[in-house]
Design a protein around this ligand. Sequence first.
Ligand code: ADP
Ligand code: ASP
Ligand code: MG
Length: 814
Amino acid sequence: MFVLKFGGTSVAHAENIKKVTAIVREKVATGKALVVVSALSGVTDALLRCGTLAALGNAAYKQDLQEVTQRHLDAVQNLLPLTHQSALLSRVMQQCHEVEDLCNGIFLLGEFSDRTRDKLLAYGELLSSQIISTYWASESLENQWIDSRQMIVTDSKFTNATVDVAATEEKIKDHFAAANAQLFIAPGFVAANEQGVTTTLGRGGSDYTAAIYGAALNATEVEIWTDVSGMMTADPRLVTNARPIVQISYHEAMELSHFGAKVIYPPTVSPLMHKGIPVWVKNTFAPADYGTVIKAEVAGNGNTIRGISSINNIALLSLEGSSMVGIPGFSKRLFEALANSNINVILITQASSEHSICVGVNENAAERAKLAVDKAFSPEIEAGKVNPLSVETGLSIIAVVGDNMKSHAGTSGKMFAAIGRNGINVRAIAQGSSERNISAVIASADVKKAVNVLHEAFFETTYKQVNLFVIGTGNVGGKLLAQMQQQVQYLQQHLHLQIRLIGLANSRKMLFADNGIDLNNWKAQLDGGEPMELQQFVQKIEEKNLRNSVFVDVTANAQVASIYDQLLERSISVVACNKIACSSPYVHYRKLKDLSREYNAAFHFETNVGASLPIIGTINDLLRSGDAVQKMQAVLSGTLNFVFNNYDGTRSFAQVVRQAQDEGYTEPDPRLDLSGTDVARKILILAREAGEQLEMEDITNQPFMPESCMQGSVEDFYAEMERQEPHFRSLLDTANAEGKKLKFVAQYHNGKAAVGLQHIDPAHDFFHLYGKDNIVLFYTNRYTEQPMVVKGAGAGAEVTASGVFADVIRAARI
Ligand code: ADP
Ligand code: ASP
Ligand code: MG
């Protein structure tokens, strides 16, 4: 005997019922079959809503009932030929009238007991099974309809009755011994108590009905036909990359379903496990897909875990008190209090200090739990030995499940490292001694992110998704987006990184796209975006709560630089070419570095100095390997180097500066470069990275620009520079007369830093420094005589963008 169960979506309407019929027809050709069906999808919910509305005296239930009736009539009319419809239509109508009578009664009495509820909800499965049975008969698919209420005996715990296994098995065996059909059909979910009063097996209980029949009949196998191609590695509604599990052990399947994998109703597996009957989970809408087989012994799949699941609406109850230590029977009293109030405990943890015991229960039991536990411990609470029960809500449980965990060290390390890196706070942890399940209690708002992060860590060897939020679409920002667009494929193929741009903004507009902004035409999309508001941008990043989020600041804006701490505190990595944050007061710089460490979020700013030249990375490497920087000598302004390299007296100084600006080497306001402020910021950042606690004010700056140039607008500045041409000319002439070149040099030595114009003689490393190149000489404990030299283009949108991009990839790979 095969037992096949079809869920609500599988029998939602005539079209789907025809698909079911084809599957059943094929099965019956190979042997006897019993088919268990759910109600048409949504009908159980609709009936429940009718009862609830009626009990509240709300006549709107009539409308709902009308719709329920119509759905069943439609199914009949679309399944049966006109000539065969009338008998079934009148049976359906009659039962719908009974439903209406029941609801009218509830409406009049204002009372909706659990007993009445079961009676009402049972109509869903009774109707669906009768319609399908009659349809099959009309299609020459002979079958016998069985009333599960006469087969499955339960206690009187309405809404979630407990099955009397022995009595049930006897009835089923007796019935089938005498029956000689090839095909049977029975309603799922419904049963009856010893007195024959209708009960139900709990929401989702049709799976369990199939298991009960399967176990009683010693079925060859039980097939659960649903709307997904098997039990998946995670809930497919949460994880797009979830994939079907080919084989899974009974224990693993039970653990996953108890921890929220809704695809199988939790009590289903146990009766079949005891008889060693395999269970298949198959897709009605893709019957050729393999699906999942649940059985005793399964092959390893190369993964330490088999699946991930989650349960929402959890409340965490904590009982704490200094005097709990060593009091015998303490936990017994706690669990007794909960059990006496019929509260199901989902998770338990107790620290070995015995100061506190923590249990997870369904949120809707929290209030009852509080009353019961506080009452049970009232003497100790009054005596101040124990605190009143603390109740925390808004929580969920995530669980990783797998038989294989037993033999593998490091599963929990991997689990908590992955979620910790993404700023997900864990409230409680439990691991059963079977080592088949590790569960963690987290905020419900973090569930989607956590499940995805875990899925990525345990299953997706294919790639890691990185979610970017970029502010700044100017010279550097534009180039960055272009480079990303060009490189996305490569990164996916070679580094297994899937980079998605989720948020983009400039000073006017901001834009978000959950599946990633199309990098081919971001400009047009951003123009159509919403007005930019920085705090809203931050809020959006936080709300989206995406794993592996990286924020990228490609502006030179102080306000943008002020949001890094908010982001790092949420474990969101920050990449900046903006150097304002790192050159702000030391305490702030330190705070950002500390937050980065504390919250496991990257904070990279290599392009603060020398565009994409490896300068900061070099200092970091030197320090990490035990070296110490004694002295740095550097030309750090691409702009100033360009200006002094090109200023030879044939054009005015102002004209050369203008060219540097036009070619995109300068800061938006070139005075930041010419005043030496920008260089001072850079040497400050390098000194700090080398371990020095320096402030901007500590840096000596000998300006070469006349004071008069530094006032007014940028245009005033150009005009005044023209007027001051003799001053610049005399600087040049003096240097030329000595056979030297002008270079604006930054220096750090023995804890002190200075910037200023110097005359460089031909023997110096700086003499042959062309274009907009930068150079840094590092003198360290290991590089004493000859410095380590880093040299190359130190400005320009393309190279700066590539440095930012490299930082983004670095951030993504932690
Ligand atoms: P049916 O009506 O057929 O009984 P259910 O809605 O009860 O179907 O269960 C199937 C649904 O369970 C799927 O559509 C899927 O959204 C959800 N689900 C949750 N977790 C998992 C999982 N780990 N594997 C497969 N499906 C899951
Ligand atoms: N129809 C019932 C419910 O929706 C039982 C089931 O579908 O399994 O809960
Ligand atoms: Mg179900």
